[in-house]
Ligand binder design. Structure first.
Ligand SMILES: [Zn+2]
Length: 569
């Protein structure tokens, strides 16, 4: 009786346990001629202790066989060089499993959580597999798939963590015959190990532990693109397969609220604005602004050669030149013949020497005092001076403004002095309200010459390109069917093929074919948006939604229609 009760309790305990977190096997390399594993603490290889182990494949010849050996009889062995010049030679087919000692195992500059498994493959090269718990793997994936420095919004990173977890759950065993689950490159999802981990990305993994996106109870194919350019595309238009949850959606979230700015000062001409901010009215001021010795002013009635000598000696003291005037002509500072107003000359000196130290960034927020900008992918905060000079750039014009609005996503050229901005020039982002407007890479332009077009389309064998015709566009405006017309025929290509042939970031573009007077193609310009295939989650859009207050579940359900989140363990 008592015995039975214990058995029943035991069974209940096993059945009531949630499934355990799986271990995953990640193929780090599939084709290495040699690989060295090292660690700061000792580890063991086939019961021998070492701190380094260099694996190679060697040909083992049986000398007794004499001169002639059948190719099929050649024997390849795994050789491992350990500390102290010891070499282990192992039978073919040996899998060497290495558990870490007290510190992680390393290969080249990378370190890995978990164990490594090294074995020879059918290509007579080495395969290295990293085996570790799934959640530890994700810590080395999420920061490499969505940069937490540039796009450090926790809810966006949580959405990325769920997408990455869903991907690996769905693809467990994908490369089973190669001895691992998935690869570590962007052909699967990018995994670069321990040293690329980031605290906020790790937090995002921990906060969503075990959660995957499912449709009909199964993990979805969680595709994503860097930026969608305003609207995502139906899967069937890119991958020729209808997927109920991968359907086109607008990347807009909350319509952006225009944020007002005002400034107390305005200088109509922006070049005069530069001189005002630099406090430059004389040559002596300009020299001081550039940290050069003050050599006073040129003689009032200086002839062009004398003025050139003064300018060259003051502002380019280290330059050796036979003719100061032609040197300054080449620099675009003094005109060839004729003269220049002093202010224009001072502006050119500051501008050509890069002395104003313009920086460029994308506006991510503005609270009336503080501007946040992404500068080279790094978030930076600045104070806008109350009397800052603000200009809106339209083509080559710079329009002075004392008030206006920003919505975020504007491209801003600015000068900063100890964290304060005294002058900025912004470009409106075509009033683009999409949540992915914060990526300056989302808008692009590519020019191809006729020769480049011919080379790009050579695999199609249509001869010299005479026309490009987009036959069909998807709901996001992506070119899903394009006809390439040439001197020897015509071919229709699908979106991904076109993107590969032309090496474009995306297939969301308008274009102009340029022709000479006789109608021959001179080249083509593609004006595009988006980066990626455009299907599924928009990563910068996820960041933009998070910035506007969305949670990760809302983000995932926007880009993957009709999904449910399910906790796997
Ligand atoms: Zn988007």
């Amino acid at each position: 009786m008592r015995y039975c009760l214990i058995t029943v309790l035991f069974l209940l305990a096993v059945e009531g346990q949630p499934p355990a977190e799986p271990f995953v096997r990640i193929g780090l390399t599939q084709n290495a001629p040699a690989v060295t594993i090292r660690s700061d603490s000792a580890f063991s290889v086939q019961q021998r202790t070492t701190r380094t182990a260099t694996f190679t494949t060697v040909l083992a010849l049986d000398a007794a066989a004499g001169g002639l050996v059948k190719k099929a009889d050649l024997q390849y062995r795994l050789s491992v060089e350990l500390d102290g010049d010891n070499v282990l030679v192992l039978p073919p087919g040996t899998h060497v499993r290495i558990e870490p000692g007290g510190t992680p195992l390393e290969i080249d500059t990378r370190a890995y959580r978990g164990a490594l498994d090294v074995f020879g493959n059918t290509r007579r090269t080495l395969t290295v597999v990293n085996e570790l718990p799934l959640e530890d793997y994700l810590r080395g994936v999420v920061p490499n798939e969505l940069n937490p420095t540039a796009f450090g919004q926790i809810e966006a990173l949580k959405a990325q963590a769920v997408a990455a977890r869903t991907y690996i759950q769905r693809n467990l065993g994908q490369f089973k015959e190669e001895g691992y689950d998935v690869c570590a490159s962007d052909a699967c999802q990018v995994y670069l190990g321990l040293r690329t981990e980031d605290p906020i990305a790790t937090q995002a993994v921990a906060d969503t532990r075990g959660l995957v996106a499912t449709f009909d109870g199964k993990p979805i194919n969680a595709l994503y693109s860097s930026t969608c350019g305003g609207r995502t595309e139906d899967a069937e238009n890119i991958f020729r397969e209808k997927v109920p949850y991968l359907v086109s959606t607008s990347c807009e979230y909350k319509h952006p609220t225009p944020l007002a700015f005002t400034t107390s000062r305005s200088v109509p001409d922006w070049k005069a604005g530069v001189l005002t901010v630099a406090h430059v009215a004389t040559f002596a001021d300009a020299a001081r602004f550039m940290g050069l010795p003050d050599r006073g002013e040129p003689a009032a009635a200086a002839d062009p050669a004398a003025l050139a000598a003064f300018v060259r000696q003051t502002f380019y003291p280290a330059v050796m030149t036979a003719s100061d005037l032609s040197f300054l002509n080449e620099q675009g500072i003094l005109p060839v013949g004729g003269s220049l107003p002093v202010n224009e000359l001072l502006f050119r000196l500051i501008d050509r020497k890069g002395a104003f130290e313009w920086q460029q960034g994308v506006l991510t927020s503005w609270d009336g005092t503080k501007l946040r900008l992404l500068v080279n992918g790094q978030p930076k905060e600045f104070t806008l001076a109350p009397d800052a000079l603000v200009y809106q750039r339209i083509a080559d014009e710079r329009l002075p403004l004392t008030h206006g609005t920003w919505i975020g996503g504007e491209l801003v050229d600015f000068r900063a002095e100890n964290g304060t901005i005294p002058m900025l020039v912004f470009r409106i982002n075509f009033a683009n309200p999409a949540a992915d407007r914060y990526s300056r890479l989302a808008i692009w332009q590519v020019h191809k010459t006729a020769a480049e077009l011919d080379a790009a389309f050579r695999p199609l064998a249509v001869g010299e390109v005479t026309d490009i015709r987009v036959l069909e566009r998807g709901p996001s405006d992506r070119a899903i069917s394009t006809e390439i017309v040439g001197s020897r025929g015509r071919r229709t290509v699908a979106a991904l093929r076109l993107r590969t042939l032309l090496s474009l970031r995306d297939t969301l573009f308008s274009y102009d074919v340029e022709r000479n007077a006789r109608g021959a193609v001179l080249g083509a310009t593609f004006f595009g948006r988006g980066w990626g295939h455009g299907v599924g989650m928009c990563q910068v859009g996820a960041y933009g939604m998070a910035l506007d207050g969305a949670g990760y579940e809302e983000i995932l359900k926007k880009y993957y229609k009709g999904i449910e989140l399910k906790k796997m363990y």
